[in-house]
Design a protein around this ligand. Structure first.
Ligand SMILES: O=P(O)(O)OP(=O)(O)OP(=O)(O)OC[C@H]1O[C@@H](n2cnc3c(O)ncnc32)[C@H](O)[C@@H]1O
Ligand SMILES: [Mg+2]
Length: 205
């Protein structure tokens, strides 16, 4: 295997998967790299898992090859878990990262720092033609900053301070984010599962 399809139209995600798969010599293609026009998958699920399944299975069925997809988002305790599965379109459509995180900051103006706990969640789905879809979940704990800082990453990165750091995710180098992110943790679980499946390693679950 030297190429894998990620069913995403998000450039930030696609870039991270390329970096994460690079050390295995695997090239990642997103839906933005395919020459054919791929219809948008309606994210009608109520959970990250349902939406990850919809994206991976619909594109796998269309292309007739194994496909990975992630549904991810930011879960904020003081907002009862919002924006959660609605992270991409929290401030409405079309999707706008800046409007999304500004909405979150406005909603948290009265909330003190010890109550600004949150986590990024990533549910990664691997859909296999004629097979059962496999799901792995990853988390990254942190707190919501008072104001946006940093220009790396995407989405809510400028307002998310990961646990153990004093800067936002958007101030981290790509390599640093890719060692702690929810996406990295989900992918490592998927890798372990694949190794066991292919008889190359031990399960640690
Ligand atoms: O569905 P696809 O095409 O993959 O692209 P998307 O951007 O719509 O992706 P999701 O439906 O999974 O929504 C995830 C949203 O959560 C946010 N998000 C997810 N991972 C993130 C990360 O690593 N850093 C910052 N924000 C992130 C960001 O706003 C994303 O748009
Ligand atoms: Mg989406």
């Amino acid at each position: 295997m030297n190429e894998i399809i990620i069913a995403t139209k998000n450039r930030g995600k696609a870039k991270e998967y390329n970096q994460l798969f690079n050390e295995y010599g695997i090239t990642v293609k997103s839906l933005l790299d395919l020459s054919e026009e791929i219809p948008d998958v309606e994210e009608t699920g109520d959970t990250f898992k349902e939406n990850a399944r919809l994206k991976a299975e619909q594109i796998s069925r269309l292309l007739e090859i194994p496909v990975l997809a992630d549904d991810s988002g930011l879960v904020i305790d003081a907002l009862d878990g919002r924006p959660g599965v609605y992270s991409a379109r929290y401030a409405g459509e079309p999707t706008d990262d800046k409007k999304n995180y500004e909405k979150v900051l406005n909603e948290l103006t009265e909330v003190p720092s010890q109550s600004r706990t949150a986590r990024f969640v990533c549910v990664l789905a691997l859909a296999i033609p004629q097979g059962e879809t496999v799901f792995k979940e990853g988390f990254c704990e942190g707190i919501i900053a008072e104001s946006p800082v940093g220009g790396n990453g995407f989405g809510y990165d400028p307002i998310f301070i990961p646990e153990g750091f004093e800067k936002t995710m958007a101030q981290l180098e790509d390599e640093e984010k890719n060692k702690i992110s929810h996406r990295y943790h989900a992918l490592m679980k998927m890798k372990t599962w694949l190794n066991v499946k292919l008889g190359k390693g031990e399960s640690n679950e």
